[in-house]
Design a protein around this ligand. Structure first.
Ligand SMILES: NC(=O)c1ccc[n+]([C@@H]2O[C@H](COP(=O)([O-])OP(=O)(O)OC[C@H]3O[C@@H](n4cnc5c(N)ncnc54)[C@H](O)[C@@H]3O)[C@@H](O)[C@H]2O)c1
Length: 297
């Protein structure tokens, strides 16, 4: 999507951090913005900030985890403009603590916000984006933790793996359509995510070691990359049609080591007499033309 001028973009988590930074970068290229966020006052303030710079922007209150809320927001968005850029970005941290004692309510919440919401976003907008036949783009925010998992929350990491999986599967589905797709995998960025998570998480407030870990993470993230730089990078990727958006190359060596380990684990077939999977047949059986993976000869 080279030209973003007068395109309408819908950004979840648009009141803060990477969502707002990307919205600013989109607005700087002439896009019209619909910011959606669970924080009603903050999202309205963010939209007002964009309008003050001359952009056309509205803010809508939306809990991305509540499927029923999407219909109302979809209608309001439709009155503002035909969405051609969808940035499904809202996300929360997973909190801390050992997996065997992890709060099941917090688990469901983290998955609802970080993973299930992408389906609701696509059910609301993707069909019309395709039907328009005009250039359109979908971007999802995963994380570098979905490429190289550090020793942090299992709920956060695994829900971000779900986002990466959704993006990689959708990439096949959107091949040969007018809709491009990107997946944002940032490393650390100085956003409000720890405070946002503490405020929005259901159930009891974290105590003891878990609270201390959150405090420590807050300090680590404060030294992270500027969200503005990441937002600008996201917009360049949308314009260039790049799938993976890697913003933090310092993780590359760990990604290489991890994939090398995985590749080394491919050994002999468990059944040396087996002819091997019919991958072309698998693709054809699903009505697809190709798989979005380049295989070296
Ligand atoms: N900050 C980082 O280091 C980092 C790294 C990798 C990925 N990410 C991802 O970036 C995305 C944006 O987070 P951020 O770091 O900008 O944090 P942030 O807290 O500054 O912004 C997130 C926004 O999402 C909103 N939000 C949270 N739950 C919501 C819900 N249920 N419905 C609607 N809005 C909701 C919050 O109100 C907030 O405005 C997230 O998906 C996060 O996982 C962040």
């Amino acid at each position: 999507m080279k030209d973003l001028k007068d395109q309408t973009a819908f950004v979840t988590g648009g009141a803060s951090g990477l969502g707002l930074a990307t919205a600013r970068a989109l607005a700087a290229r002439g896009a019209r913005l619909i910011l959606a966020d669970i924080e009603a006052a903050k999202v309205e303030a963010a939209a007002a900030e964009l309008r003050a710079t001359g952009a056309d922007a509205i803010g809508l209150r939306l809990n991305v985890a509540e499927e029923a809320e999407w219909a109302r927001v979809g209608e309001a968005a439709g009155r503002f403009g035909e969405v051609s850029v969808l940035f499904s970005n809202a996300g929360v941290g997973g909190g801390s603590g050992k997996f065997e004692t992890y709060d099941t309510e917090v688990w469901r919440w983290a998955y609802a916000v970080n993973a299930h919401a992408h389906l609701y976003a696509c059910r609301t907008f993707l069909g019309a984006m395709k039907a328009s036949g005009r250039p359109a783009h979908l971007a999802l925010t995963a994380s570098m933790v979905a490429i190289v998992p550090p020793p942090i929350s299992v709920a956060y990491i695994s829900s971000k793996f779900a986002t990466l999986g959704i993006a990689m599967a959708l990439r096949n589905e959107l091949a040969d359509t007018n809709v491009g797709i990107s997946v944002l995998c940032p490393g650390m960025s100085a956003t409000n995510i720890v405070a946002t998570t503490q405020k929005l998480r259901p159930g009891a407030t974290e105590q003891g070691g878990a609270a201390q870990t959150a405090q420590n993470m807050s300090g680590v993230l404060a030294g992270g990359m500027s969200p503005e730089k990441i937002g600008q990078r996201v917009v360049r990727a949308i314009q260039a049609g790049e799938f993976f958006i890697f913003t933090h190359p310092e993780w590359k060596g760990m990604a290489e080591a991890q994939f090398a380990e995985m590749l080394a684990a491919f050994g002999e077939s468990a059944d040396p007499g087996y002819r091997g999977d019919d991958i072309a047949g698998l693709i054809a059986a699903n009505g697809a033309k190709r798989m979005n993976v380049a295989v070296k000869a």
